[in-house]
Design a protein around this ligand. Structure first.
Ligand code: 13P
Length: 251
C-alpha cells in the first residue's frame, strides 16, 4: 500500500504564539495511523520553532519554497542545505502562488525540484490548471506540461523521493473544491502518465489533492482510489480542522 500524507501549507500565516498553540494541539491530537504521515510546511523564520516543537513527534515539517541554487549572491533566497539544518523533510515546489505571483516558470520549478533533492529534501511538486484552462478542456495538457518539465530534467526515477500534489488553481482558497471525481480523474491521469515510464514507481507514488480541502469534504475526496491525502491551506491553521482532515485520511 502506498504511503498517504496530509500536509499543511501554512502559507504566510502564523506567529510564534499562534504556532505554539497549533503545534501543541497537533501533537496531542494526531494519532498514529498505519501508512499515514503528517507534515506542516511553515514560513522560513518559524522553522527553528517548528523543528524544536515537533522533533521526536509523528509530525514531519517542511518549507514552502527553496532556491534552485546551493549558495551564492541570491539575496532573499534560502537553500535546501539551510532547510536541512532545521530538520526539514519536505519543500513545496511549484505552488501555483509561486508560479502565478512570483513568475516561477516550469524550468525554474524543475531546477528547484532538483535542488531540493540534491539537499536531501523531498519535494512536494504542485501541478494544476487555472479555471480558464479547465473550461477550454486543457487540464490534462497543462498538468502533463508541468509534470514533463520536471521529468525531462530530473528523470522519472527521481519521483521515488518526491510527493506530487494536484492543486487546481480555481479551487485554492476559493471554498470551491474539485469534486471527488474531478480530482480522481486528474490523479489517475498523472499516475498513468508516470506509469508509462515506470509502472511500479507510479503505483507507489503519493499524489495529494489540494484546494479548499475541509473537514466536511475530506472524507469523499480521500475515498477516491488515486487520492493519497491532501495539501491543506486554510484549514491547516485550525487544529481541530486539520486533525479532522487527517482522520479522514486513515484507511
Ligand atoms: P486552501 O486549502 O486554502 O484552498 O489552499 C490549498 C493550497 O494552496 C495548499 O497548498
Amino acid at each position: 500500500m502506498r504511503a498517504r500524507l496530509v500536509a499543511g501549507n501554512w502559507k504566510m500565516h502564523g506567529s510564534l504564539a499562534a504556532n505554539a498553540r497549533l503545534l501543541d494541539a497537533l501533537k496531542a491530537g494526531l494519532e498514529r495511523a498505519e501508512g499515514l504521515g503528517y507534515a506542516v510546511c511553515a514560513p522560513f523564520p518559524f522553522l527553528p520553532q517548528v523543528s524544536e516543537a515537533l522533533s521526536g513527534s509523528r509530525i514531519a515539517w517542511g518549507a514552502q519554497n527553496v532556491s534552485e541554487h546551493d549558495s551564492g549572491p541570491y539575496t532573499g533566497e534560502v537553500s535546501g542545505a539551510m532547510l536541512k539544518e532545521f530538520g526539514c523533510r519536505f519543500a513545496i515546489v511549484g505552488h501555483s502562488e509561486r508560479r502565478g505571483l512570483y513568475g516561477e516558470d516550469d524550468s525554474r520549478v524543475a531546477a528547484k525540484f532538483i535542488a531540493a533533492q540534491r539537499a536531501g529534501l523531498e519535494p512536494i511538486l504542485c501541478v494544476g490548471e487555472a479555471l480558464a484552462q479547465r473550461e477550454r478542456g486543457e487540464t490534462e495538457n497543462v498538468v502533463a506540461r508541468q509534470l514533463d518539465a520536471v521529468l525531462d530534467v530530473a528523470g522519472v526515477a527521481a519521483l521515488a523521493n518526491a510527493v506530487l500534489a494536484y492543486e487546481p488553481v480555481w479551487a485554492i482558497g476559493t471554498g470551491r473544491n474539485a469534486t471527488p471525481q474531478q480530482a480522481q480523474d486528474v490523479h489517475a491521469f498523472i499516475r498513468k502518465r508516470i506509469g508509462a515510464s515506470d509502472r511500479a514507481l507510479a503505483g507507489n507514488l503519493t499524489i495529494l489533492y489540494g484546494g479548499s480541502v475541509k473537514a466536511n469534504n475530506a472524507p469523499e475526496l480521500f475515498a477516491m482510489p488515486d487520492v493519497d491525502g491532501g495539501l491543506i491551506g486554510g484549514a491547516s491553521l485550525v487544529a481541530e480542522d486539520f486533525i479532522a482532515i487527517c482522520a479522514a485520511a486513515q484507511r
